[in-house]
Design a protein around this ligand. Sequence first.
Ligand code: GLN
Length: 289
Amino acid sequence: MKKKIVSVMLCAAMATTVLAGCGSSNTASTDAAAEETAEDVEAEATKEEAEDAEAAEEATDAAEVTTVEPGVLTMGTNATFPPYEYKDGDDVVGIDAEIAQALADKLGLQLEIVDMDFDSLVASVQSGKIDMSLAGMTVTEERKQNVDFTDSYATGVQVIIVKEDSDIASADDLEGKLIGVQQGTTGHLYCADDFGEDNVIPYANGATAVQALLQGKVDCVVIDQEPAKAFVEANEGLKILETAYTTEDYAAAVSKDNPALTAALNSALQELKDDGTIQGILDKYIKAE
Ligand code: GLN
């Protein structure tokens, strides 16, 4: 916002200078009414200049960034990840949807949300099908080879869900167990690394992995904490282990070919952090324990 305020003030100062210059040719006149009118004109002109400058600046913000569809910010997500993204009727709602709307508003763009498999998001950003993914997506070195990430807007924690009567008490007990995960997520990648690909069963989404746990097809599910809480709340007989598996950063993924968009999103994100919008959205969906 700093840039905008400075340029508005600059214009206002310029307008004053120009008008003062004009006014000086009138200094011979001692007519109080004329002076008042001149002041009014000056004030009005200054206000208009300031408004024009503001509008021009906003237009520049939007014009500076190129998006897949002009004037639209297309966000890809996987709406099976409450409270970050889930369906309410036909609408995708949740933390990421609200943050994306706030970002789009800042950039003067319309928001469009495309729901797809989590595993397709990075490729869709790369191929230019979507402008960004906002999907509770963790920043990883591997993903960074293929996409750029914005600054982080939230912290994620990988947790372990088990049946209430399970003998699994911590990550140390996962050796040799069947672990259900959501395909292509960090839970999937870390568990495959730590416990071997053969012990990990990938599912299309977290809800399906949790169903598999309920049916005894897997011994546990490793998934992000907030959706884990939602799944445990919605199903009888499950619990989340006290000890977390890992802690991570969530960020939006943007094409490496569009650094201007990443920069614009980062400055919008910073403004939304500074004015408390991001925290407000997080607090609305994630209740303190
Ligand atoms: N945070 C995890 C990841 O980035 C899971 C995200 C998700 O399933 N939406 O892999």
